[in-house]
Design a binder for this molecule. Sequence first.
Ligand code: PGA
Length: 256
Amino acid sequence: MNKALRRPLIAGNWKMNKTPTEAKELIADIVPAVKDADNCDIVICVPFIDLALAVDMTYQTNVKVGAQNVHFAPNGAYTGEISAAMLKELGVEYVIIGHSERRQYFGETDETVNLRVRAALDAGLKVILCVGENKDERLANITNEIVSKQTKLGLADVATEALANVIIAYEPVWAIGTGLTATPEQAEEVCSFIRRVIAEKYGTDTADKVIILYGGSMNAVNARDLLAKEDIDGGLIGGASLKAKDFSVIVSEANA
Ligand code: PGA
């Protein structure tokens, strides 16, 4: 099975939660709770202000650190922004790009997503590129069209060699933070479609190796069935990543 070619990945997306003091407590709980998970990659994507302490606290552990956004310019007059080189130098390994909340609230477009993806890859970061339809788009039966467009435009001018550092997160917007999870079958249908979209552009060998995550109210209870699906290689976890116990249960399901 092709799934065996891919190492599972569980990424926590803390969003705008946890002050440095709170982050210290949560990381101190997460690190020992997941330390025996050797068969999957574990990432915590924390607010910018918590990155330095997260990198320090996870040093020489199996927990990696990610940011939740990055600017596309290498440096310059962009007040309030953070560059890929800044993240890289800090010891950050991953960055979430194009999360639906950034698309919805901060004017992110497929074009700016693509600029960020390329800047992050050029700097040597691993990218978690988020795609997903909203409720109206699902009801209008244009889910495939939406995720295909977001995937293709997000990866415009990204070379085949760089795909080893690209992770796609399929996050149906209607399932994010709502407690409504896509069924394993719904999630699998779109994740396998995304893999076909990647195969069309990069070939099957490359597509078979790309890690595709599901995100949207994944939790300690529903993780097992979602992760069992052929094209779902892990999860991008919001709410449940803020509780060490829940996060570690999801990690152990991925690790099993
Ligand atoms: P959720 O968030 O798990 O709280 O639904 C997922 C995400 O937005 O990445």
